[in-house]
Design a protein around this ligand. Structure first.
Ligand code: HEM
Ligand SMILES: N[C@@H](CC(=O)c1ccccc1NC=O)C(=O)O
Length: 244
């Protein structure tokens, strides 16, 4: 294989596309930050989906070491995306208000990748779905595949556990054995906590930036978002904590 002399930093990273994709709709200074932050989010969502698909393959293959390594990477990315909220919180309510009307009805509700992430993690609801047919098809496909918790159970079966009986007893046994599967389970709890952390930080950002205004996506705003805080992804893993 010979080198491609035309390959450069710029062409390899498709920077002309990426750096040409910030198109503010107003002349307000802060709109650039708003766009860039969301684009960075969507790139990390893409990476998370890529890693989650790999994680599900690792679990299907019974590859504990790779599953744990992949989970660690996912958790590290999640920490970065939660920390990013700090940057957006440097924007004052007045600065956001200066261009908010130009967002029209666009809203985080329409993030197809966020809904796909939720679908991989087990969401099976069609509420607040993006309208784009291609996006819907991707999310529906994710909802028709096994969830991450389904993959975890299949993995446990491969590790010799009986997954047909009482779920609670099964998880307690996994934790008692204190082996690879228990480490995987603990990382799934970390993942759940990380997502709840993102939701909490997002709500606080919304409360401080728009108060109790309703959302551009048509919801009540912070009130709607607060209700999403109490929905753990892996409820069964939380339900056994008291007995561990
Ligand atoms: C000033 C910053 C932000 C404000 C004021 C804000 C506000 C809101 C509001 C009010 C909603 C509820 C839906 C609606 O009616 O519009 C929402 C949903 C959402 N936002 Fe944001 N948001 C901000 C930044 C972000 C960022 C940086 C992301 C990262 C991708 C994001 C992702 C989402 C997602 C995924 C939802 C849907 C959540 C769900 O249904 O569980 N938002 N946002
Ligand atoms: N829903 C927000 C607007 C908003 O934050 C937004 C608008 C367009 C694209 C992404 C957004 N971010 C998250 O909801 C609002 O009601 O102000």
């Amino acid at each position: 294989m010979s080198e491609d002399p035309s390959l450069t930093y710029t062409s390899y990273l498709a920077l002309n596309e990426i750096l040409g994709a910030q198109r503010p709709r107003s002349a307000e200074h802060d709109e650039m930050l708003f766009i860039v932050i969301h684009q960075v989010y969507e790139l990390w969502f893409k990476q998370l989906l890529h890693e989650l698909a790999f994680l599900q393959r690792c679990l299907a293959d019974g590859d504990t070491a790779h599953a744990i390594r992949t989970l660690r990477r996912i958790l590290t990315v999640l920490k970065v995306v939660v920390a990013q909220i700090d940057v957006l919180e440097t924007m004052t309510p007045g600065q956001f208000t200066s261009f908010r009307a130009r967002l029209d009805a666009a809203s985080g509700f329409q993030s197809a990748q966020f809904r796909e992430l939720e679908a991989v993690l087990g969401r099976r609801s069609f509420a607040h779905f993006p309208a784009d047919p291609q996006a819907r098809a991707r999310i529906e496909a994710a909802m028709s595949r096994p969830s991450l918790f389904d993959s975890f159970l299949t993995y446990l079966a491969g590790e010799g556990y009986d997954i047909a009986g009482d779920r609670r007893q099964l998880l307690l046994r996994v934790y008692r054995d204190d082996a690879g599967p228990a480490v995987v389970a603990e990382h799934l709890v970390d993942l759940d906590e990380g997502i709840q952390e993102w939701r909490y930080r997002h709500v606080k950002m919304v409360e401080r930036t728009i108060g109790d205004k309703s959302g551009t996506g048509g919801s009540s705003g912070a009130g709607y978002l607060r209700e999403t805080l109490f929905r753990p992804v892996f409820a069964e893993l939380w339900a056994v904590r008291a007995d561990l």
